[in-house]
Design a binder for this molecule. Structure first.
Ligand SMILES: [Zn+2]
Length: 377
């Protein structure tokens, strides 16, 4: 029986449920994979199940009842046994009470948002570090006995945000395991964690969600049409949080911008002006995630172009409503080196994520695409 609030990830759900049923509950677990794939959602559901007073169980599955006192507390993440630790804003503070009231309020909001939807991307402004005092406070609290029946679970969200001091202190926490405590780390960049931390955790990889699961969830939430859900899922790279962000963007508008960007990059004359204007228009928003959305749409568009060129099968494309435009694109650019073009787009996304100027990155990319798409294979 799958956990109600988890999207897809049946295999991981089964493994986690089996560990509870078989009393092989890990003391330290690393779920590597982004929040949008469900790493945090799985951690929370695992904690709820461990603490539920009357779980629903069968030979192969166990799920929280959702109604007992423990489940009610867990619903809002106000549970004495469940601690969620996240990055905090920069600044000189040595304990939680040093934060100004507005930051504290934002931190409370973040927990409430996560409780309401563990796939949310909500984040406290400028929160980028997990500090040593947070780990020290955690150690102190773990030394106390549990206040309520069940198992104490500490969830460290995006654990790669621990600074060096915090990571070293946390390593000591892992070296002296506490009875009846499970520590779950989630990380979208596990390569940034200390190897000594990783080696002390049982590691489970949270894979990208399949498009069907994302489409089903988008439709269940009723926030977009079926047609939009298909386009969004194709652009979301298996990440539900990314998909939810796309809902708030104007999918149709960004897509038509992308098509005209490619057109201006590929046309014969005046392409330099076209490229400069197109890059500038995206860069002027100074919004990295918006720029990344453009790049995702660009990849999907080029994939569709190649599907049409290679197979002619319009039922396999994502942008079904723009088939006519795609056919024109495909006849001109469909037989070029798609893999190379996609690699260039991936690299541009990496550059933007790593603070290279949006304008410069897009200009370079469009020039590269012009050169690649201008050559027939
Ligand atoms: Zn319950």
């Amino acid at each position: 029986m799958p956990w109600e609030r988890i999207i897809g990830q049946q295999h991981l759900q089964e493994m986690l449920q089996q560990s509870i049923l078989g009393a092989r509950i890990p003391q330290a677990l690393l779920l590597s994979g982004s929040r949008g794939r469900g790493s945090l959602a799985l951690a929370i559901e695992f904690a709820k199940t461990l603490n539920c007073f009357t779980p629903t169980r069968s030979q192969f599955s166990i799920a929280p009842c959702g109604t007992c006192q423990s489940c009610t507390q867990a619903k809002t993440l106000q549970h004495p046994n469940i601690t969620i630790l996240t990055a905090l804003p920069t600044g000189k503070v040595d304990q939680e009470s040093d934060f100004k009231e507005d930051v504290l309020e934002e931190m409370r909001e973040q927990i409430a948002e996560i409780a309401a939807d563990p796939y949310t991307t909500f984040k406290v402004s400028n929160a980028n570090l997990i500090r040593i005092w947070q780990i020290r406070e955690l150690n102190r609290s773990m030394a106390l006995s549990t206040l309520q029946q069940g198992r104490r679970v500490v969830i460290i969200v995006d654990a790669e945000n621990m600074n060096t001091e915090a990571a070293n202190a946390f390593l000591k926490t892992l070296e002296e395991p506490h009875q009846g405590v499970s520590i779950i780390l989630t990380s979208s960049q596990p390569e940034r964690l200390l190897q000594t931390i990783i080696s002390r955790c049982q590691q489970l990889v949270v894979p990208p969600l399949d498009d069907e699961s994302i489409i089903e969830e988008l439709l269940r939430r009723g926030e977009c049409t079926e047609h939009e859900a298909h386009i969004i899922a194709a652009c979301a790279d298996g990440d539900m949080s990314a998909a939810l962000e796309f809902i708030h963007e104007d999918v149709q508008e960004i897509r038509s911008d992308v098509v005209s960007m490619l057109r201006s990059a590929l046309r014969g004359r005046d392409h330099r002006i076209g490229i400069a204007e197109a890059s500038e228009s995206v860069a002027e928003h100074r919004d990295k995630s918006r720029a990344l959305t453009y790049l995702r749409f660009m990849s999907v568009w080029l994939r569709d172009t190649h599907v049409i060129a290679r197979t002619g099968a319009a039922e396999l494309i994502t942008n079904k409503d723009l088939e006519e435009t795609l056919v024109k694109f495909a006849s001109a650019f469909g037989h070029t080196d798609l893999d190379r073009a996609l690699r260039c787009i991936d690299r541009a996304a990496y550059d933007i994520t790593h603070h290279v100027s949006i304008n410069l990155t897009l200009t370079t990319l469009l020039m590269e695409l012009r050169s690649i798409l201008g050559q027939r294979r």
